[in-house]
Design a protein around this ligand. Sequence first.
Ligand code: CAA
Length: 258
Amino acid sequence: MNYETLKVERRGRVGIVTLIRTEALNALNNRLMDELTHAIDALEADEAIGCMVLTGSGRAFAAGADIKEMAFKTYPEAFGEDFLTRNWERVTRTRKPVIAAVNGLALGGGCELAMMCDFILASDKARFGQPEIKVGVMPGAGGTQRLARFIGKSKAMEMCLSGRMMDAEEAERCGLVSRIVPDSQLLDEAIRTAEVIAGHPQPMVMMTKEAVNRAYETTLSEGVRVERRLAQSVFAFADQREGAQAFIEKRPPKYKHR
Ligand code: CAA
């Protein structure tokens, strides 16, 4: 596929997807979401890739769904094409970790896309918000659900009902982002973090991601049961032996990701 709205790079075991619809603040139109779905399919299928970074360009990570494209959409069209589902949810199904490196505005669908990733690193210039209500719609790509889980009901409700933006400091304080990084270092730091993750044994990375995600989908006792089974299964992998052996021999491990 010839990408128009994003670029994909591979650096070692890290796949980097940069949204480059810069002139429209990376507004998420159908083309961009198709391309993102395709790019993630390709990186997921690539055995040489262990972790992905998703970032924006210019002033924005993404300023939301494309309002101009949505302007005259009808309900039968939205229903028929499964709007906000068909090509919007690929990130949530990725078994490899995806880090959102939020470089600027992450609004509406842009904030929702960042929250679909596994964690968010924010530039000190990042701004987050669910301003859909200000343009006559409402969050539709998981915003009401994921934001409430990230930051609690009171703040999520205020953000969604008022449409106000929060800055990076507030986003870190309330748990929406894992860390703030100076703007000029954001991408390097995101790649460095992704390299660390991708250097760990791939099966354990994928199982750990799956286990943490269960915490948001089930009860504590069921989540712990899932974690227990996954943690027992690590003994089926060569990398478990290698990790322990390397520790005992006081040398760096050489993982085969098997
Ligand atoms: N859709 C389409 N185009 C957008 C856009 C969007 N969400 N956000 C920005 N753009 C375009 C603008 O139309 C403008 O294009 P032109 O130069 O062709 O006019 C360009 O990007 C630059 O934007 P502005 O001139 O508006 O820049 P600004 O600095 O004055 O304002 C902003 C920045 C406050 C973010 C403003 O652009 C804005 O309010 N954007 C819309 C944000 C929004 O409401 N997002 C939610 C969309 S709905 C949604 O996402 C539904 C869902 O849950 C999935």
